[in-house]
Ligand binder design. Structure first.
Ligand code: SF4
Length: 377
């Protein structure tokens, strides 16, 4: 494991302090951050406004990119997914002038090195349809996940560890370097892990993702999706960054929710509603409820009626997500008519709800699925 400081963990101030310690002028920090975040250059040798000695000092003392891309898949709809092993040294530096670097090759379907899945995470770039410039990065906050949702591939092996802020930021940056992606416009914390269980690193990452010197993404275009930890939801409201909070409900009553989400045994839906209301009061931002529709499990009209009641108590909007099947898990994607009927019940009850478009269906689209398949190879 590389124990040098990771560039993506640093701010102008902390990088400036390191640079001063290494005997370089302080203004180099700004130049280095511009190379990385504005130009997409992580090879110090290509930072042409730095002297040769400073470039060498940087290369010796700073880890610019961590981890190796083990798998890179491209779906027919343009969705791209990467599997990163954080324990392995990186591929050659990523740079716009190195179009042959692995991260810039979007047509790879291979899983080329068998690493250890206990150090691997996934991230996904989801383009909007061709008429819109929206490019969403779906990133992971942890390696594996302790929540253990019964329908999710990420929870299958439990939690292997937290990602650092730098590793979280690097995923978004790396997805922005993919061929055909001008820049990432939106971020969703909907990859592996429970973001609010890695609160400090996630919130530190959000500071850089939104910073003008960092990725400069509007906080309003960042969504943190949580299974629902009431104390952490209230803590998030206190940090005063106007992100969108999404609560993964997935069931309209405690009994079913506890069957699907083991962590729900200690948190009731009423407690989540209270925390969501407090979040709204503090931030003025409406909470989104995420609801994965599992065929024959939680997709019946009576479930929709119960869900409408919750949404109205919380004054929230609802995202309906059609399940993407995972091999070895006993859940099915719901049929389209039952999805439409479910939405109809909610809309008739006056709830603002929409069905999320399924993307990347021809690659391992479900959260944690690529890592799971890689683990099973
Ligand atoms: S759905 Fe999210 S919270 Fe649940 S196990 Fe998967 S990654 Fe964890």
């Amino acid at each position: 494991m590389d124990d040098r400081p990771h560039l993506f963990d640093l701010t102008p101030q902390t990088l400036g302090e390191l640079i001063a310690d290494w005997g370089m002028p302080a203004f180099r920090a700004k130049q280095v951050l511009e190379w990385v975040y504005q130009q997409g250059v992580t090879d110090p040798q290509l930072m042409t406004n730095l002297g040769k000695a400073d470039r060498q000092t940087l290369a010796q003392n700073l880890c610019l990119v961590r981890g190796r891309v083990l798998g890179h898949q491209l779906a027919t709809d343009g969705t791209q997914k990467m599997l990163i092993d954080w324990s392995l040294p990186p591929d050659p530096p990523v740079s716009p002038v190195s179009p042959e670097s692995p991260q810039n090759q979007p047509d790879t379907h291979s899983l080329n090195v068998l690493g250890d899945s206990a150090s691997q995470t996934e991230c996904v770039m989801i383009p909007a349809d061709e008429s819109k410039p929206r490019r969403t990065a779906c990133i992971s906050s942890q390696i594996g996940c302790a929540v253990g949702c019964k329908f999710c591939a990420s929870g299958l092996g439990g939690l292997d560890g937290n990602l650092t802020a730098g590793q979280i930021i690097q995923q978004a940056w790396q997805l922005g370097q993919l061929k055909g992606v001008d820049r990432i416009s939106h971020i969703v914390f909907m990859g592996m892990g429970e973001p609010l269980a890695n609160f400090n690193e996630v919130t530190r990452a959000i500071q850089t993702l939104t910073a003008p010197w960092g990725l400069g993404i509007s906080a309003r275009r960042i969504t943190v999706s949580t299974v629902g930890l009431p104390s952490q939801i209230r803590k998030l409201a206190e940090i005063d960054i106007p992100i969108t909070l999404a609560v993964s409900l997935h069931a309209p009553n405690d009994e079913l929710r506890r069957q699907l989400i083991p962590w729900a045994k200690s948190v009731t839906i009423d407690q989540l509603i209270d925390a969501g209301r407090d979040y709204f009061k503090k931030t003025g931002r409406e909470v989104t409820l995420e609801y994965i529709l599992l065929g024959g499990v939680n997709d019946q009209p009576e479930h929709a009626h119960e869900l409408a009641h919750i949404a109205k108590r919380l004054r929230s909007n609802i995202n309906l997500i059609r399940y993407n099947e995972v091999a070895a898990l006993p859940f099915n994607r719901p049929a389209d008519p039952s999805v439409r009927q479910f939405q109809h019940v909610l809309q008739t009850a006056g709830v603002n709800c929409h069905i999320r478009a399924s993307r990347g269906r021809d690659i391992a689209a479900a959260c944690g699925q690529l890592r799971h398949e890689h683990r099973s190879v």
